[in-house]
Ligand binder design. Structure first.
Ligand SMILES: [Ca+2]
Ligand SMILES: [Ca+2]
Ligand SMILES: [Ca+2]
Length: 347
């Protein structure tokens, strides 16, 4: 979806009232033409919770016809920023064009005539700085991306090996962009980093799917190694962690994808590239799983007993009978797992 009001009206169809009503009636979600950001809702025990769509809250929902969204820590402050490529040499979604085509193509106008009249969308790509984890501010001009282009594939990689991620963009009908990142040069004291070169065992020598967890001064970063990103593109195989002004990493854990072995490191110096091999990893120490229900039950029993006694003391005899009846009814509606566990404890 375009950012400008005029272009929104130029490219987005009006909504049909009947389609809107029928979507509601038959349980379909309404369709919105804009970028979506789906946040994983986490797990409740082993059940995966629904995703939450936060594109508008994140402030990244309108970036024109977009191709490669790349999340990486470009300013080395510990959170992932977002770069998005866009552009369309022949914009077939333009409503003026589609209306014109419907009137003349096939009867009055030739292919050549129509092709020459398809509008172009040569607009700058977008750069967003992550400010609060889930919210972003537009840094397109500040970070030098304000150049109109037809951009598709893109990649981040530390080309000059100085510790910040540079940015390469493929363009149609123009030379590629190669952006040098000046973060380290300008803000050396607050741009610490750690880069990790994972070497897996055959056949997964690139350790695709490895999980890396990093703890440093109360902060936590988690990355899974996958190189295919954005639109038909691959990114730097060396994993990059920005660390701001943190001078030492407390601990680091790599969980290797093939063997499920782990590598644990403590007190790691920043501003370096470390090479880690799956052949040096060890089997993880398995800790007994704490049953949440077992932890909850004693508290639940005490709380319930106190509440029931308080209620019984404070009401009349007639009301006590009524209360106990309704209480027993409500107990029968508790989750089966809790009832079974309580019955097992009593027996
Ligand atoms: Ca950042
Ligand atoms: Ca660099
Ligand atoms: Ca640099």
């Amino acid at each position: 979806m375009p950012e400008q009001y005029f272009r929104k009206k130029q490219t987005i169809n009006g909504n049909s009232y009947f389609i809107y009503v029928n979507n509601e009636k038959y349980g379909y979600e309404q369709q919105y033409v804009r970028n979506m950001v789906q946040i994983h809702g986490g797990f409740l025990d082993t059940t995966m919770l629904p995703f939450n769509e936060v594109g508008q809250m994140a402030g990244v929902y309108q970036t024109e016809w977009s191709w490669s969204p790349l999340l990486a820590d470009f300013d080395n402050d510990g959170d992932k920023d977002l770069f998005i490529t866009n552009g369309f040499p022949k914009d077939l979604t333009d409503k003026d064009f589609t209306n014109y085509k419907a009137q003349v193509y096939g009867s009055l106008a030739s292919d050549e005539h129509m092709l020459a009249r398809i509008p172009i969308v040569k607009v700058p790509n977008y750069a967003y700085e992550n400010t609060t984890g889930l919210q972003f501010v537009n840094r397109t001009k500040d970070w030098g991306l304000n150049i109109p282009s037809f951009s598709n594939g893109a990649s981040f990689v530390d080309l000059d090996l100085d510790g910040d991620l540079d940015y390469v963009v493929n363009n149609i009908n123009d030379p590629a962009f190669v952006y040098r990142n000046n973060t380290i040069e300008k803000f050396k004291e607050n741009s610490n980093y750690l880069r990790i070169n994972l070497q897996g065992e055959t056949p997964n020598v690139a350790a695709i799917g490895a999980k890396v967890e990093l703890w440093a001064k109360g902060s936590y970063q988690y990355v899974e190694k996958f190189l295919s990103r954005g639109y038909i593109s691959s990114v730097d195989p060396i994993m990059h962690f920005g660390l701001g002004n943190i001078s030492e990493i407390d601990s680091l854990r790599i969980t290797w994808p093939s063997s499920k072995k782990v590598t644990d490191l403590k007190s790691i110096k920043v501003n370096q590239v470390i090479i880690l091999k799956e052949s040096d990893a060890v089997a993880p120490v398995v800790r007994p799983r704490v049953n949440k229900l077992q932890k909850l039950l004693p508290r639940l029993r005490i709380s319930l007993t106190l509440r029931i006694l308080k209620m019984i003391i404070s009401i009349s005899f007639k009301d006590r009978i009524s209360f106990l009846t309704s209480f027993l009814k409500s107990v029968l509606e508790w989750p089966r797992a809790i009832l079974m566990e309580m019955a097992r404890k009593i027996c």
